[in-house]
Structures are given as structure tokens and as C-alpha cells.
Design a binder for this molecule. Structure first.
Ligand code: GLV
Ligand code: MG
Length: 349
């Protein structure tokens, strides 16, 4: 048994009070850089203000021989870069790895003032979040931090998906979830060999033509990730936290990347990972409402008056529920415009 009030009691003497609400800050792209790489670290100051989130990656993609260098690079960046209103996150190694504990310890004790969110990969159930929750509280107390670090979990195992609601509700630190399609595919024993996106063999086929049963039949490629993204969005909204699509590995295929990001956006995600500078602009374009959608939404809201009842606009029925959808779009446009004058001008705010 646990009283709901205990959720908001710090888990260690001297740790900061848990947050009661997860702040919504523009998070259209979480831009990954390997903090072990000096050249990439050198680019970080220039990226500030150009991306919503910068993430020092310590986990997959960083070779075992560079794990210490990645941790040291995270600390160097945290101490030397002024982040302004760009968020600074890190992805630590998984809790069962030889590096996870050292990563968490270094992140809080030596980079905790600069960090907003710690991303935990391969989260399987609420017990993983409980472990991190207590450990972070102990470390925060030791470091004398005044604001609590938030936790973002990657959904990348079948057990994690089965426990997704419990994971989201496991701690007031939970800030959001990302879909990790690469690890999830491996863990589920899917037979794909790629990082995110669709697969040409995952299709439905047109019915045969009864007059010519041997005639070629068209196929329609289906979305491998629909179920998981939709489930993740519901779990996140239930817990008041934010859902994200993760990586899209085919860097050269900007078109398919944009489609994958847009599917996630339409289903309720607030952003996606960018693994290459070319994906930053894609995420910015996709996760910012289109100006024509914002002006349509404003028209509906205006025409709906107090927001109740039903009206006809351009031959379409609008009511309380469509008005609420329009409010979601306009609110997002306003939130993004607050730190992007170009967007504000495009929306006419
Ligand atoms: C991300 O970490 C993934 O496994 O897709
Ligand atoms: Mg992964």
C-alpha cells in the first residue's frame, strides 16, 4: 500500500520536491550526438537555439571502448555550454549494462545542473523506473540539486510494451516515452533488418479479379508501428506525459522519414529523434502545425463562439469535439511560436 500523497515526497532526504506536472516545452526533435566524439561536441554550441532538445548519447551507437569518453564528454558539454531555452538531455546505458550505474552517477553529480531529462533505454516495467527514481533522489541530494531531473523511457522490448501504462505511472519524474523501433523489432523477433519506418513485405493485397483470377493484384504497404505508437500515446496521455517517435535510420530517405514522423504527429506524438542534421528540418516541419491548419482551426473556434452546439462551416459539421481538436492545434502553434518568431509570423500571431 502507498498513499497517493507519498508520490510527492522526495525519495531521499535533501532531494528536491517531485514535480506535480510535466512542463510542455517545444520538443519537436531530440537531436542525438555522441558525446565521445570531440568534433561532434565542438558543434554543440552552434546547435543551441536551432534544435529543441540536444541529447548526449552514451548508449547504443557508442562503442564499448568509448563509453568512458562519452561520459566525460557529457560532463564537458554540461559545464561549458550555455543552453538557453534549448533542453539538454542524455541517454545513459541500460540498467543491466556494465556502464549504467556510472552513467547515472556522473550525469547527476557532474552534469545535473545542466540536464533536464535522463533517457533510460530498454525499460521493461515499473520496477526499472522505481530503481532509477530512488537512485536519482539519492544522487540529487548528494549533488544539492534544487530541481528534480525528469525521466524519459524508451519503449523497446515486448515486456516494456506490455507494461507501458505502469511504466508511465511509475513516478512523478516520468516525462515521456519514445518508441525504439530497432530494439523493439529485435526483441519481438520481427524479421525486419532496419531502424524504424515501413517494410515492403508488410502489405495487404487486393482481392483477385473474379473475371481474371490470374491477373496481377496490387498491394498496399502497411504501417508496422501503428499499434505500438497508438498504445504508447494512450498510456502517455493517461499519465500526463509526452510521447515521441524514435529513430529513422535511412538518413538518405527523407521522404519516408517525413511520412513516419507525420504518422506519429497525427497520432499524438510531440516529436521524434533526429540522428542527422537533415532530419532536424524534417521534424521541425512535421511537428509544427501547418499555417493553413492553424488558420482553419482559428476559423472553427471563432465560428463556434462559446464552443458548444453544432454549426456548418464549408459544408462540414463542426461541434464541441471538432472545436476541441482545433484548440489542440492552436495551443501547440502558440506554444511553439513563443520561442520561434518565424513561426509566429507564419501563423499571424
Ligand atoms: C532506439 O534506441 C531503438 O532501438 O530504436
Ligand atoms: Mg535502442
Amino acid at each position: 500500500m502507498r498513499s497517493p500523497k507519498d508520490f510527492f515526497t522526495p525519495l531521499a532526504v535533501g532531494a528536491p520536491e517531485p514535480l506535480r506536472e510535466i512542463p510542455f516545452r517545444p520538443s519537436r526533435m531530440i537531436h542525438f550526438f555522441p558525446s565521445s566524439n570531440e568534433k561532434m561536441r565542438g558543434k554543440v554550441p552552434d546547435m543551441v537555439g536551432k534544435v529543441d532538445v540536444l541529447l548526449a548519447n552514451l548508449e547504443d551507437g557508442v562503442p564499448a571502448t568509448d563509453k568512458d569518453a562519452a561520459r566525460a564528454g557529457l560532463i564537458e558539454v554540461a559545464r561549458s555550454v550555455e543552453f538557453g531555452d534549448t533542453q539538454f538531455w542524455t541517454r545513459v546505458n541500460s540498467l543491466d549494462s556494465p556502464w549504467g550505474l556510472d552513467d547515472l552517477t556522473a550525469a547527476v553529480l557532474q552534469a545535473g545542473e545542466a540536464l533536464d531529462v535522463i533517457m533510460i533505454p530498454k525499460v521493461e516495467g515499473p520496477e526499472d523506473i522505481h530503481y532509477v527514481d530512488r537512485l536519482l533522489a539519492q544522487l540529487e541530494a548528494k549533488a544539492g540539486l534544487r530541481k528534480p531531473l525528469m525521466v524519459h523511457a524508451i519503449l523497446e522490448t515486448a515486456r516494456g510494451v506490455a507494461n507501458v501504462e505502469e511504466i508511465c505511472l511509475a513516478s512523478p519524474r516520468m516525462q515521456g516515452l519514445s518508441l525504439g523501433p530497432a530494439d523493439l523489432a529485435a526483441n519481438r523477433r520481427m524479421k525486419t533488418t532496419r531502424v524504424g519506418g515501413g517494410h515492403p513485405d508488410y502489405v495487404v493485397r487486393q482481392d483477385p479479379n473474379p473475371d481474371d483470377v490470374g491477373a496481377p493484384r496490387g498491394t498496399y504497404q502497411q504501417d508496422l508501428w501503428h499499434y505500438t505508437i497508438a498504445r504508447m500515446v494512450d498510456a502517455c496521455v493517461t499519465a500526463g506525459i509526452l510521447p515521441f517517435y524514435g529513430p529513422f535510420g535511412d538518413i538518405a530517405d527523407g521522404v519516408a522519414c517525413e511520412d513516419q514522423f507525420r504518422n506519429a504527429y497525427l497520432l499524438g506524438c510531440v516529436g521524434a529523434w533526429s540522428l542527422h542534421p537533415s532530419q532536424i528540418d524534417i521534424a521541425k516541419r512535421v511537428f509544427s502545425p501547418r499555417p493553413e491548419d492553424v488558420s482553419h482551426a482559428l476559423r472553427v473556434i471563432e465560428a463556434m463562439g462559446d464552443g458548444t452546439g453544432a454549426i456548418m462551416l464549408d459544408g462540414k459539421m463542426e461541434d464541441d469535439a471538432s472545436c476541441k481538436q482545433c484548440q489542440v492545434v492552436v495551443q501547440l502553434a502558440r506554444d511553439l511560436s513563443a520561442r520561434d518568431p518565424e513561426l509566429a509570423a507564419a501563423y499571424g500571431f
